[in-house]
Design a protein around this ligand. Sequence first.
Ligand code: PLP
Length: 403
Amino acid sequence: MKRVYMDHAATTPVDKKVLEEMLPFFTEKYGNPSSLHSFGREAHDVLEKARENVAKLINADKEEIFFTSGGTESDNIAIKGTIYRMKEGITGYKGPHIITSAIEHPAVMETCKHLEKQGFKVKYLSVDKYGIVNADELKNSISKGTFLISVMHANNEIGTIQNIDEIGKIAKEHNVVFHSDTVQSIGKILVDVKKTKIDLLSMSSHKIYGPKGVGALYIKKGVKLQPIVHGGGHEKNLRSGTENISGIAGFGKACELAKTRLNKDAEHLTNLRDKLIKSVLNIIEETYLNGHPTRRLPNNAHFRFTAIEGESLILSLDEKGVAASTGSACSSKKLLPSHVLMAIGLNEVEAHGSLRLTLGRENTDEDVRYVIDVLPGIVENLRKMSPLWGKKLEIEKWKREMK
Ligand code: PLP
């Protein structure tokens, strides 16, 4: 059976060149970068080379990159690190200490909820039907006690791209630290920390053809954070723990490849994405696109099918060899409707009828054609079994008879 992987927002395969870069660090070059001997120095050099490559991808300086275990840890360090440092000043101010959006990844959302339980105030900005934050609501929410704005660059479910240049400008005007989770955007669209007024930025390796369990936090020169993991003082005291050298070497290589391939990849993905979106919307009745029609990630197609359960759709696609998702991998085992889809104004039934297809470098025209071939039949079968679809047809029939 043909197998088509279209869940690249969940994770990507490791690029062969990335794997090659990683392998020596398991068996030959296994030194600890903190050691003074030649094995240690070898590991240290790799760490610094990778740091340089990560920095180049976002136009940062090497000294501004701090390695972590991935996007979740980077988000946690950025948010808690900022807020705990500001803690002394929290009393006496009205208004939120943190401003974030209603559609953040759980790595940001749950961190903010945790901080709320500790007494910090959080404002969750609403979004429009495409998932875009309103700049006026942001401006009006900032108060004297606001220390941090955390708004993601591109949404992991619906692929909508936020105007982080504008948000960064507002944050600077009000002297508030600006953090952005760019886990889904780096390597797919241009991220430039010199152009965008950004202070903290989270990255993850496994979304850009690197290994899992490694990522980085960009910290603009001069921005200070309180460490949340204490120990041997690695990563300039910010994040203690022996560095994951093979993973970091792979992440560095993945960033190098992503930078050189950015335009080529974006063109390829946009082309496939647009074919997929156009065909699915044309061929299958009562189907809608979630997210922004143009301000969306080049690899994201997110649909809503009337009277269908997204979970059944995923299972039926899986039987045909197609890997897709209803939303983020982290929440796909929960049966709760996605907070992102609810925030853009869908009701629970609509939110449950959604499907995310996220393309990758290795996907071809043939893969897209295969999905377009199998999807209409699957939707038709599921609708035949759907009481909601039956009711809809009955109502339409009744309306025709009444005319
Ligand atoms: N932020 C976003 C937007 C994501 O999509 C993800 C993963 O899906 C994460 C954070 C978490 O990254 P990691 O899996 O590296 O912890």
